[in-house]
Ligand binder design. Structure first.
Ligand code: ADA
Length: 558
């Protein structure tokens, strides 16, 4: 919930983070449990993950979180929830008022109207695997699904006319021209004052007519005195929108991202992407990675000469994106998925859950200049006509919500993929020397792969979305045995040596920044010696492995 800038000065908001009452209920149904009879015999930190704490480590089931909220005189109040894992039911004074499925995105829960005073808020969180209830969190995925209120909760009290959405896109970086689109809701037809301020100056001040229900307000603005945002000069500006009694502050950058042939252009200049995949996970904190660790992750990346993060395989914390905006790190923001089958891609429950999740991802990240690419459906069924229909529908959903960024997906089927034409960037995950071939074949394989991709998807930029090898921290063997740090270093040295010097390649994201815990179904852990995905450049406590040295050598040379 904590952001790197203040979001409101008029709207009454309160961070509900802190210590909440807690009860682990286990095999209990959230729809039928008698909330009044829950015995809250423990406490839990929000934001946090209950199943990353020693007492509940690895437990799956229903958990109850309780706090008290005090409402003032406003008729309308709501919760702003930044990530609830992975199915949440909201109970206000004993009444079920809302539910949400799927973690890693922000959403709102309206509270009953016109009830000033103190109230009990209970959130029932279910981290069990249930394809009907939580279709976006499946047990076979190669990461550990933690449960909890991972990124915080805030209370907002809203006036009758309020700003629901605020989206800022650059129309022309040269003319410093942006388009502001506001989504406003009003209880009745009324005229209110709209004011826009930037850099201490009033850009616009006028009366606007709102209709009862929702109104869209669009204004194109030229921002004198601003400089474009880029990795080298990550200039950020805060636009303060005041509408009647409500307000909204949004931080943004003036920058354009376009694809031109095989190149990705930022403000008309070609850029190359040198980076890592990042799971938002930590052994002590689960998915609730604290800001200090988020910043350390970015500092590690930058110290290697990297400029790019693929948020694998779900939207990253808004505060992490704030830091990317500030540090000039480019982000591939990915909707949640992992090796979805044709059955998923033709299943209405899955597809509509994806659409809702895509909408939430875009709503929460659209104003981050660091986000330069949207992604979806990691390594899913892109090789059949039915699979393609799912890709087409979801890619279209992204484009309809935001046409200002290229769209891609990471394929692991370079030969048989049938969807490359649907994407703006061709992205392939590949593990030469690890899942197939040996060290000596890595360079030749990558050369052939890029040639194949150029043929199969002519004229599109080529991104290597994952490449890497396992390496267990502290395991050494100078014969370069698999799983040693030496092997991992040798493989990345060869792979990056080839990819960084190939002008046909837009970029590469190494698998992965740090090790992460994976599914408890160890039989699915792809022959790993522990229940961890040990392919990080850093171990799970962010200690560097030898491979970081090889990465730095190549990332800092071009
Ligand atoms: C895949 C997948 C990653 C991870 C990786 C691995 O390419 O996209 O999430 O599972 O393989 O470690 O095997």
């Amino acid at each position: 919930m904590s952001r790197r800038f203040q979001k409101h000065t008029r709207r009454n908001t309160r961070d509900l983070g802190g210590t909440w009452d807690f009860a682990f209920l286990g095999e209990v149904n959230a729809d039928t449990v008698d909330v009044q009879r829950i015995v809250f015999d423990d406490r839990m930190i929000v934001p946090g993950c209950f199943d990353a704490t020693p007492r509940y480590a690895g437990k799956r089931g229903l958990a109850a979180y309780r706090t008290r909220v005090t409402l003032g005189g406003a008729r309308r109040a709501r919760l702003h929830v930044d990530g609830a894992h992975h199915h949440a039911t909201f109970v206000f004074d004993g009444e079920r008022i809302g539910a949400h499925s799927g973690g890693f995105t922000s959403f709102y829960v309206e509270l009953p109207r016109g009830r000033p005073g103190e109230h009990e808020l209970v959130v029932l969180l279910d981290n069990r695997f249930d394809e009907a209830r939580s279709p976006l969190h499946l047990e076979y995925f190669d990461w550990f699904h933690y449960g909890g209120l991972t990124r915080g909760v805030a209370l907002e009290e809203l006036p009758d006319a309020s700003i629901e959405t605020c989206e800022i896109r650059t129309l022309s970086f040269r003319r410093r021209q942006i388009r502001l689109e506001l989504g406003v809701s009003a209880a009745r037809d009324e005229n209110v004052a709209l004011e826009l301020r930037l850099l201490g100056r009033t850009l616009l001040s006028e009366q606007v007519t709102l209709n009862a229900g929702t109104t869209r307000i669009t204004r194109d603005l030229e921002l004198a005195g601003t400089e474009p945002w880029s990795p080298a000069a990550p200039n950020l500006y805060s636009l303060h929108v005041t509408l009647g009694d409500d307000d909204f502050i949004e931080r943004f950058g003036v920058r354009e991202v376009t694809v031109e042939g095989q190149r990705l252009l930022l403000n008309s200049e070609p850029i190359t992407l040198r980076g890592v995949n990042r799971h938002e996970a930590h052994p002590t904190f689960g998915h609730a990675v604290p800001p200090a660790v988020q910043l350390a992750d970015l500092e590690l990346l930058v110290s290697l000469g990297g400029n790019f993060v693929r948020g694998s395989h779900y939207p990253q914390d808004p505060q992490f994106l704030d830091l990317c905006d500030e540090l000039g790190v480019l982000v591939f923001s990915e909707a949640i998925a992992w090796q979805q089958t044709e059955a998923h891609l033709t299943n209405e429950t899955f597809l509509s859950a994806q659409e809702a999740h895509i909408d939430e991802m875009i709503a929460m990240s659209v104003n981050h200049p660091s986000v330069v690419v949207w992604g979806l459906l990691n390594e899913s069924c892109s090789t059949t006509e039915h699979g393609r229909s799912g890709y087409a529908r979801l890619i279209q959903r992204i484009r309809s919500r935001d046409a200002s960024r290229p769209v891609t997906y990471a394929s692991n089927q370079p030969h048989g993929d049938l969807c490359f034409d649907l994407a703006d960037i061709v992205c392939v995950n590949t593990y030469p020397g690890w899942y197939f071939g040996d060290l000596s074949s890595v360079v030749a394989y990558l050369e052939e792969l890029v040639t194949l991709l150029e043929r199969r998807a002519p004229g599109k930029p080529i991104l290597i979305g994952e490449i890497g090898a396992g390496g267990i921290y502290g395991w050494h063997d100078h014969n370069e045995q698999r799983w040693t740090e030496e092997f991992q270093e040798a493989l990345l040295d060869r792979a990056l040596g080839q990819l960084v010097s190939d002008p046909r390649v837009l970029g590469v994201a190494i698998w992965q920044l740090t090790d992460c815990r994976t599914s408890e179904r160890v039989q699915n852990a792809l022959g790993r010696p522990r229940g961890y995905n040990n392919k990080g450049l850093y171990d799970e406590y962010r200690r560097p492995k030898l491979a970081a040295r090889a990465v730095k050598k190549h990332f800092t040379r071009g």
